[in-house]
Design a protein around this ligand. Sequence first.
Ligand SMILES: N#Cc1c(-c2ccc3ccn(Cc4ccc(CN5CCCC5)cc4)c3c2)n[nH]c1N
Length: 243
Amino acid sequence: SVMRIDTISIFPEYFAPLHLSLIGKAIDHGLLEVSSHDLREFTHDRHRSVDDTPYGGGAGMVMKPEPWGEALDSILEQLPSPRRRPVLVVPTPSGRPFTQHAAAELAGAEHLVFACGRYEGIDHRVLDWADEHFELHELSLGDYVLNGGEVAALAMIEAIVRLVPGVIGNPDSLVEESYSASTRGMLEYPVYTKPSQWRGLEVPGVLLSGDHGAVDAWRALRSREITAARRPDLLDQESPDRP
Ligand SMILES: N#Cc1c(-c2ccc3ccn(Cc4ccc(CN5CCCC5)cc4)c3c2)n[nH]c1N
C-alpha cells in the first residue's frame, strides 16, 4: 500500500532532496507519495505574514494559528473518506525523543503529515486543535537547537521510510543496525572492503580468514569495545537475557 507524506513549511524547497536516491526510487515505483506545501499559500494578506509578536512578551516571533489551520484543513479535505486519522508529526525542541522505536511505530502509518515550524514555534492552539483531528506526535530530533523543523523532518522521514517494506532494496541491510533489537542496542563494528592494502593500512586478518565464527566473535567484541567507549549508556541496558 502506498505511503503518503505531506510536509508543510515556509521553506518547501527543503524537501526537494527527498526526490533523490532511495526515497526517489520508492516514489518512482509508486510505493511512496511525497508532497511539500508552502504555508504562505494559506495566507491572504498582502505581506503573506505567517508570524507575529508573542503574547506574554519575550524575544522573537511566533507563527500565527490561522495559516496552519487552513493548511491542515486542506490536507484533511483531500483525504479519501472514510480514512483512519492521519498522523501529524510536529518536530519541536520540547518533543518526545525521536528514536528508532518511534521510526518503526510511524513506518506503519498510511499517511504522515509533517508540520515544520520556524521562529520561536507555532501558536500552541494549533497543536490543541490538531490533537482532535490527527494522531499528534510532538517529537524532537535530539538535544541541540535547530532554527526550524525542516531538517528534523527530513531526518525523521528518512529514518521512517527506510523501514517501509519494499522501499529499501536489500532488507538484510536493515537487520544489523545500531539501536535495533538485532544488535541488542550496541553500536556497529568497523567495516572494510577491497583493496586489502591501502596506504600501508591492512584489513584485520580475521576478516580474510573465511572463519565466519571468528568473524562474528571479532565483530561482537569490536561492537562492545566501541559501545563502551562512546555510548556506555547503551550498555546499561544490559538485561539478564543478554550475555
Ligand atoms: N525536532 C526538533 C528540534 C528543533 C526545532 C524544531 C522545530 C522548530 C520550530 C522553530 N524552531 C526554532 C526554535 C529554537 C529554540 C526554541 C526554544 N524556545 C524558544 C522560546 C523558549 C525556548 C524554540 C524554537 C524549531 C526547532 N530544534 N532542535 C531539535 N532537535
